[in-house]
Ligand binder design. Structure first.
Ligand SMILES: [Zn+2]
Ligand SMILES: [Zn+2]
Length: 349
């Protein structure tokens, strides 16, 4: 079978390799679609982290079960399944308290060595992945390509559940990449008014497709004033920082209303993770600054159902699809700023 390997910066090698064996308690999935995530792009630009050379990336995968081990009881050949990357340990403090995304020993399919990902014609899912990871059957009527976006949906849905986004709220989304645009959709579906801040003109144009109430150029100087004006002088209820730029955290604290929530959805570059916030604004305004990373596994079924019911305009979010052989071109497109979600489609759909 063919599989892609991240060998050096900006280079994925598509090679012919033996088909994976099915574990006793596992299964083999014929991959049909796998999305390119922002974190995939980061590792592609930087090259594989040391110890992770030559891994097959891809963690937003969907496909058909083609082999099932004798001890695997929850899946059958022919099942359509979707996977998300997190595999927790079930032993640590966080797992015992059902905070699986905070597991001390979290491993990720398509990222951690020994857990090859979805940019391959087949993927072996071990009993460990089936038991402690996030693998679910797809609902009827959902395409593989749309199912591959469920992973991104999970984290966006979890963020708004945490923020308590509701009817009448004003939500400011800083950053209009694929995640930012999905934040617009989910916040709107929960009844909020949405303001988008984005520096790139092409991305502001793409964000318009999702019909936010206001789109602002993030390079302008009077952003806080404009958000205040939009909210009758009060400030936004919720700010979602969906970008990797530390300065937007400070901006968010200035823009949110007293008692409001700032959701730190986007991670910062590993080499430069520090952020500076006005402690007094947070203190006197009782502002909550909240980390939002990954999600409880239960969000996956929720996302798959929402996508199957066509409750989110996912077709607008997927701007490009490529075949596995064109994976470098696909990454190039995803990184170029003209694209939102890019999905690799593998084999016959
Ligand atoms: Zn992802
Ligand atoms: Zn754990």
């Amino acid at each position: 079978m063919k599989a892609a390997f991240l060998t050096s910066p900006r280079t994925l090698d598509v090679r012919e390799v033996p088909e994976p064996d099915v574990a006793n308690d596992g299964l083999v999935m014929e991959t049909k679609a796998c999305g390119i995530c922002g974190s995939d792009l980061r590792r592609w630009k930087e090259g594989p982290p040391s110890g992770c050379e030559g891994i097959t990336p891809g963690h937003e995968a969907s496909g058909v079960v083609i082999k099932v081990g004798p001890q695997c009881h929850n899946f059958e050949v022919g099942d359509h399944i979707a996977i998300a990357p997190d595999v927790h340990c079930s032993q640590c403090y966080y797992c015992k308290h059902e905070m699986y995304n905070l597991c001390d020993n979290l491993r990720f399919v398509g990222i951690t060595p020994g857990y090859p990902g979805g940019f391959a014609e087949q993927m072996a899912l071990t009993g460990e992945i089936l038991g402690n990871g996030i693998v679910n059957k797809m609902p009827e009527g959902l395409s593989f390509t749309h199912a591959a976006v469920s992973e991104l949906c999970n984290s966006v849905l979890a963020t708004h559940e945490k923020a308590g986004t509701g009817s009448g709220d004003t939500v400011v989304v800083i950053g209009a990449g694929p995640a930012g645009c999905l934040h617009v959709c989910v916040a709107k579906s929960r009844g909020a008014r949405v303001v988008v801040l984005e520096i790139a003109e092409t991305r502001r144009k793409m964000a318009e497709r999702f019909e936010p109430d206001l789109v602002m150029d993030a390079s302008e100087v009077d952003l806080v004033d404009r958000v205040k004006k939009f909210t009758s002088g009060v400030g936004a209820d919720i700010i979602v920082c969906a970008n990797p730029i530390a300065q937007t955290h400070a901006l968010a604290v200035d823009m949110v209303r007293k008692g409001g929530k700032v959701m730190l959805f986007g991670g910062l570059p590993k080499a430069n993770p520090m952020t500076t916030l006005n402690g007094n604004t947070i203190h006197y305004g009782e502002i909550e600054v909240i980390g939002a990373f990954s999600y409880h596994p239960r969000f996956h079924t929720l996302s798959l159902n929402l996508l199957a019911e066509k409750k989110l305009p996912i077709a607008l979010l997927i701007t490009h699809t490529f075949e596995l052989g064109k994976i470098n071109e696909a990454y190039q497109t995803a990184v170029g700023g003209e694209a939102l979600k890019v999905v690799i489609e593998i084999g016959r759909q």
